[in-house]
Design a protein around this ligand. Structure first.
Ligand code: 5RP
Length: 222
């Protein structure tokens, strides 16, 4: 039998995440190609949920196309689960996110959730975060100054060309950081003026990771 492709692994974990959806509740929905698989699977049980809070315009569009109501996050004080992908996840549930430029809204929705269910194929599991370029969302006028701060930490920041986020901001992608203490680095970068959000999710780390592997879905709990 041929090994499963990355897309098949994404479909597998997207489907597996349905088991974590609490009937009758509002579901937090992330952004990205893995989450697209989850949204498509969610359509099959849409009559059993009270709607979704979404982390991006793209996901909202896909949810609505399936007839799933997208609610304003300001009207939903808490949700049982937030389901989203990751660019990297370590063995403690800390993640790098923001490859799809949706990190700020992702962190906002994750912050309202009791549990973060990460769905990812096994290529995303790492020992130490930082091989994937770390996204940092910045207010445009702060980009150069934030890049200088990042350089002092050993990181090389490049402005993501042609990208304006759903919040009207820019993304710096930072190479060369070894993120050995994700919580401390998240805190440090977040406090620089002009930083909207750093793509380290340590404070809002995963509670569970459904990892798509050649042997099926592996469940990691943190
Ligand atoms: C978007 C994200 C995504 O969750 C992350 O980029 C993973 O995407 P994919 O499922 O397409 O690999 O953080 O901002």
């Amino acid at each position: 039998m041929n090994p499963m492709t990355q897309d098949e692994l994404k479909a597998l974990v997207g489907q597996a995440a349905l088991a974590y959806v609490v009937p009758g509740s509002v579901v937090g929905v992330g952004t990205g190609s893995t989450v697209n698989c989850f949204i498509d699977a969610l359509a099959g049980i849409k009559d059993r949920i009270a709607g979704a809070v979404s982390s991006s315009e793209k996901s909202s569009e896909r949810l609505r196309a399936h007839g799933i109501a997208v609610l304003d996050s300001n009207t939903v004080p808490s949700i049982p689960v937030y389901i989203d992908g990751a660019d990297e996840i370590d063995h403690h549930g800390n993640m790098i996110k923001g490859g799809g430029a949706a990190l700020t809204r992702e962190k906002i929705v994750a912050d309202t959730a009791e549990r973060f269910i990460c769905i990812a194929d096994e290529s995303k599991l790492v020992q130490t975060l930082g091989n994937y370029p770390l996204p940092v969302e910045v207010i445009p006028m702060a980009a150069a100054q934030v890049a200088r701060h990042l350089k002092a930490l050993g990181g090389e920041a490049v402005l993501r060309a042609g990208v304006v986020t759903d919040n009207g901001c820019h993304i710096l992608d930072v190479r060369g950081l070894s993120i050995t203490d994700p919580a401390a680095m998240e805190c440090q970068i977040n406090q620089w003026p002009g930083v909207v959000t750093v793509g380290i999710f340590a404070r809002n780390k995963a509670s569970v990771c459904l990892l798509g592997t050649a042997r099926g879905v592996k469940t990691l709990t943190f």
